[in-house]
Design a binder for this molecule. Structure first.
Ligand SMILES: Nc1ncnc2c1ncn2[C@@H]1O[C@H](COP(=O)(O)OP(=O)(O)OP(=O)(O)O)[C@@H](O)[C@H]1O
Ligand SMILES: Nc1ncnc2c1ncn2[C@@H]1O[C@H](COP(=O)(O)OP(=O)(O)OP(=O)(O)O)[C@@H](O)[C@H]1O
Ligand SMILES: [Mg+2]
Ligand SMILES: [Mg+2]
Lengths: 487, 487
């Protein structure tokens, strides 16, 4: 007879770490850095704090030359002391399960890095944190109990805070490699982050690649503007995105409300009149207690909501980069001769609002300023050459390019850069695409590529086509000028 | 202050269903079919039963024309009645968390389909099952309680068995679409399954695409051989794949054993002498109770195992297709003029044994016999044209082709089909690649593409290069003959 068993989410993700991006030693180094770094940006920028983040990769164990310690410090909002063990010791535990644009969304990232380090070095994770209103700094040394998906606190401490410092320092040791590949992955990630986050101060300390006697290398991305994007605001769900399971979950959170009150308080874009319209269609008493609705009534309510028209979801839960910042970033880093950008109007898919933004850069010193990964992707192409810089919720996406819906548009046969947009076979163009949403439909929990959701696909296509048209206008003018000068 | 919460695995996968392949209505139809179908093949072939599987897609609700009912019946080993609610109502619950080649591996597939159907139709899942030695057939109607990740049994029944029938019937209603796209996805999947499983009887009943008056269409893939592959055997873990977390989990399963006994009984390729060698290196008393090892001793044991040489992992846990079956399948279905196949020797990665197999087909009626998805992928290419048929643990992989390590090899610049292997730009070749392992390193839980694990990459490259060489030999002979005839 077969034997069956239940697995905890911690054991599941530990055993199947490739689905979270931990597919090799260099990818594990990269993924660990980005999970902590994205947590730090979520703890600063999203709360209106100008980010200052220090990332340090060092070798601290002479007995184990393949062990690397990754330390990330930020000036963010910190984590309350009683929450820290669960935030870092429990898989699927998060403050980001909300309708608000954040980089994090799964409640898994930091835990994946901790599980990985724990598995191959046995060394515990260390964290210091202090929230903005706290008078103390808290310290924990912890590991994850895999079978129970629980934290195991090995040590804790606290000290009175001697300054106004607030933020978090995380420290993890893992078995990895410091190769050209790892260096390229991480430096490209930081460089592309800096393109769209000129308000962030980023300090990167890494093992030296140079001569002996100098064991650390420092790279700094200086803040060049104090202007932060408007932080996103948490919103209520939109009725378009509702399904039966979601309705049941929401009802369990407001059991004593009347059905009418439940609709108005639980959803955005539902006022008195809209609620009455829905309830009339569903043939349900407005005053009936929502937790006493029968299954049949729930299905009628669900159908009625599906058949009702609403104003589109609010975009206040989103925080786009903005055309200005995209143009500045591309100009600064790529030193191209022509740069333009577009931020499309908000749309939505399945109740989740999203905004597509794009940038285009051409000519000038573009080719020599492209990073290693962009240069590599160009080598595989036949001209004209298109270097694609993908972003989702302000995270640079470096891998699985050809599985991304964005790539499928920029590379499709319909997007004829040569014939329609008048590029020469030797031309090089950089295209930046950013998808911002309360839920980015990634293809995997490693957040490397976006699934082909039709509404998003259409918006990306429209954005890139618009910029390609503007480039064509520029090239046509430029060529006319050159021909005129040659006469 | 931020609010934090824990999410159950059921709610997590329900909210993030795109990471499991549920990215659109047609993909949801496809994924539902394949999750049930793969369960049925695991319940038959893996146990030495000649599979007979009936898949039926029908519209059973005149009030809801977008609701489709998917029914899959198999003659497999069935599920014990007390286990059924958990097997289908609890995410991360499985009989396949073992070292044995099966299609299933996550304990998630059937539950994803059930969560999807439940979410948009509210209709419960139905199952009938009877194990081979049981005298009764059991019936359950159930749903998944998302917040607790538990089954909710709405109805159950049992009847005395009137025949020798054994197996399982699953029935799920979901909101989907029956479009050309859905039809192509499912028919290509079944066709490609039939290529490598000529021992399976597959009956597919679908909504008619033809004239009114005929509401169902039947497609049959007849069994053409009674010869089954040798079923895989469950094996113990191999020491190469061990890590600290795994050691701790294994020790908790044999707490009272001596450390020496633990090594011999827990691992394959570890006998008396090997165990003593490891314990000497780790400086641990062979007789010491394994659950009393300190953390320091555990780390020494782990390091000692890492530094010891062992015979490669046993391949008895694997069940390759075999060169004969691959050639027969390609010949039958593609009617090519030239067909060859290779089954490489077993290798391993991270303690998991794997076998790469490949097949190649050229000329004859190949082009007209390729399925829709293969034809589509060819349209995007410049000649010579390579139609890639990917398989992992006998599952056809249809999507995310360009993210797959197999594609990266067959399409890399180093694989010059034109110059090295002498194909003409108008030539069409089909390449079949199968990766069989106790753990296929998929990139996502939707099982569509394989991660670039170096050991696997090397084996796929060697297999395809060998077959390309054999094709070149064939083409060289053929052209010599043609030139001789023309004289
Ligand atoms: N540097 C930090 N500053 C403040 N809070 C943090 C920091 N790092 C982690 N957290 C908190 O810990 C929680 C868990 O982090 P984790 O990375 O595991 O998941 P997540 O960021 O919510 O989602 P994802 O898996 O997508 O990254 C976060 O939701 C956040 O509340
Ligand atoms: N048709 C079937 N016949 C016999 N057992 C089945 C059948 N379908 C499912 N099961 C049992 O139910 C369990 C759960 O199935 P499920 O598809 O959810 O997960 P899995 O097959 O183990 O892994 P995966 O998520 O990779 O598919 C299986 O492990 C198997 O034991
Ligand atoms: Mg995170
Ligand atoms: Mg399964």
């Amino acid at each position: 007879a077969e034997s069956f068993r239940q697995m905890s989410p911690a054991e599941f993700f530990y055993r199947n770490k490739e689905i979270a991006g931990f597919t090799s030693a260099s990818r594990a180094m990269y993924q660990t850095v980005r999970e902590f770094f994205e947590n730090s940006l979520d703890a600063t920028e999203v709360y209106g704090i100008l980010p200052r983040i220090t990332l340090r990769i060092s070798k601290e164990d002479p007995n184990n030359p393949s062990y690397f310690t990754v330390t990330v410090e930020d000036n963010g909002i910190g984590i309350p002391s009683t929450i820290i063990p669960d935030a870092f010791g429990r898989v699927l535990f998060s403050s980001k399960y909300k309708l608000k644009q954040t980089r994090g969304m799964y409640g898994l990232g930091a835990k994946m890095a901790i599980l990985y380090g724990q598995q191959n070095t046995g060394k515990p994770f260390e964290i210091y944190s202090s929230t903005m209103n706290s008078k103390r700094v808290y310290f924990y040394k912890l590991m994850i109990k895999m079978d129970k998906n629980e934290p195991l606190v090995l040590e804790e401490g606290e000290w009175p805070k001697s300054s106004k410092w607030h933020g978090t320092i995380v420290k993890l040791t893992l078995e990895g490699e410091w190769s050209k590949r790892t260096r390229d992955y991480i430096s490209v990630y930081l460089k592309r982050t800096a393109i769209i986050a000129p308000y962030a101060d980023i300090i990167f300390i890494s093992p030296s690649t140079e001569a002996e006697g100098q064991d650390q290398e420092v790279t700094v991305y200086r803040r060049v503007t104090n202007k932060l994007p408007v932080p996103p605001k948490e919103t209520k769900p939109h009725p378009i995105g509702v399904d039966l399971e979601m309705l049941k979950l929401m009802i369990s959170e407001r059991p004593s409300a009347s059905t009418k009150e439940f609709l108005i308080k639980g959803f955005q874009r539902v006022g008195e009149k809209k609620a009455e319209e829905i309830l009339k269609k569903a043939n349900i008493e407005p005053g009936k207690k929502v937790s006493s609705l029968t299954n049949i009534e729930l299905e009628r309510l669900y159908k009625a909501m599906k058949e009702t028209k609403f104003i589109a979801p609010s975009a206040e839960s989103l925080s786009p980069i903005g055309e200005e910042l995209i143009k500045i970033g591309l100009k600064e880093v790529l030193q191209a001769e022509f740069v333009d950008a577009i931020t499309r109007k908000p749309k939505s898919y399945g109740g989740h609002p999203f905004i597509v933004e794009a940038g285009i850069a051409y000519g000038g010193k573009l080719l020599e300023n492209l990073d290693e990964i962009a240069k590599d992707s160009i080598k595989g192409q036949q001209g004209p050459f298109v270097a694609l810089l993908r972003y989702a919720n302000k995270i640079p996406l470096l891998f699985d390019e050809k599985a991304d819906v964005i790539w499928s548009i920029v590379n499709s046969d319909e997007f004829s850069w040569k014939t329609t947009y008048k590029l020469d076979p030797t031309d090089v163009v950089a295209v930046l695409v950013h998808v911002a949403s309360t839920k980015v439909p990634y293809k995997g929990v490693g957040k490397e590529s976006i699934a082909p959701v039709e509404e998003i696909r259409k918006e990306v296509e429209a954005a890139v086509q618009e910029l390609a048209r503007r480039l064509r206008v520029y090239l046509t003018k430029k060529r006319k000028k050159q021909e005129a000068q040659e006469k």
